[in-house]
Design a protein around this ligand. Structure first.
Ligand code: PRT
Ligand code: MG
Length: 218
């Protein structure tokens, strides 16, 4: 049995068509079922539904053989726990967005940075934020949040946020503007290295098919 870890929402939705192109169809809709294990049309493949940030943990410790996680989740995980035992063979090119710095529309970010001001920045992505501001030589105090980052500059909790942006609609709706683009994000395939060695016959063709699907437009 091969176990694939996915998170509900955009990762699941964007991975489904790629799996279909590899001949795998998942039974059940994660939004309407309470089941955490979904069978597929292949008796030797199943899907487990986990939190987006738990996908690397499941794959590393063998709770799943393979998984799909955003580069944001992976970078934070690897910065904290290392990449031992994980193999990252394919950029799937799905669930695309960017990691950006945003502030209130009336906040003079460039001016503050120029003056060497110390800024308070709220984010879920402490490692990537720390690295970004260190590289730029901007002094920051980072505040860890778990969600709704957009609220932080509106309430005075922080001067800026580091968050994911796709359409920009959420920033706009909250009177925030993007002032720096940190990196492009997309979802990656992650594989348990030990499983790849012991179950090559099952895993290798699946990885190859997903790579193929990622490289050729539908
Ligand atoms: O909710 P939970 O803690 O379980 O996990 P999660 O919030 O990380 O899961 P989910 O499903 O929201 O995101 C899974 C992955 O999708 C992320 O790890 C990213 O790699 C990717 N992704 C792509 C995004 C977005 N686009 C995105 N726009 N993840 C989050 N957003 C959020 C963003 O944080 C902001 O609040 O959507 C909002 C902005 O969207 P726009 O379109 O208004 O700009
Ligand atoms: Mg979410």
């Amino acid at each position: 049995m091969l176990t694939l870890a996915l998170s509900k929402g955009r990762i699941f939705e964007d991975t489904l068509p790629m799996l279909a192109r590899a001949g795998i169809t998942v039974s059940g809709d994660p939004e309407s079922t309470r089941k955490l294990i979904l069978p597929t049309n292949r008796p030797d493949v199943r899907v487990v539904l986990v939190r987006a940030s738990d996908v690397p943990t499941y794959v590393r410790y063998g709770g799943a053989d393979i998984g799909v996680a955003g580069l944001d989740v992976l970078r934070e995980y690897i910065a904290g726990s290392g990449s031992d035992g994980l193999y990252l063979p394919v950029d799937l090119g799905i669930a695309r967005c960017r990691l950006s710095v945003a502030v209130r529309h009336d906040f003079d970010y460039a001016g503050q940075v120029k003056q060497g001001a110390r800024l308070r920045v709220a984010t879920k992505y402490l490692h990537m934020a720390r690295e970004h501001f260190a590289t730029k030589g901007v002094h920051v105090d980072l505040v860890k949040l778990y969600g709704s980052m957009e609220l932080a500059p509106l309430t005075g909790l922080a001067d800026a946020i580091v968050d994911l942006v796709s359409t920009g609609g959420t920033l706009k709706a909250n009177g925030l503007v993007e002032v720096e683009h940190i990196m492009d994000i997309s979802a990656r395939l992650i594989v348990n290295q030990a499983a790849l060695k012991t179950r090559t016959a099952l895993l290798k063709p699946l990885i190859d098919q997903l790579r193929e699907a990622a490289q050729t437009p539908e």
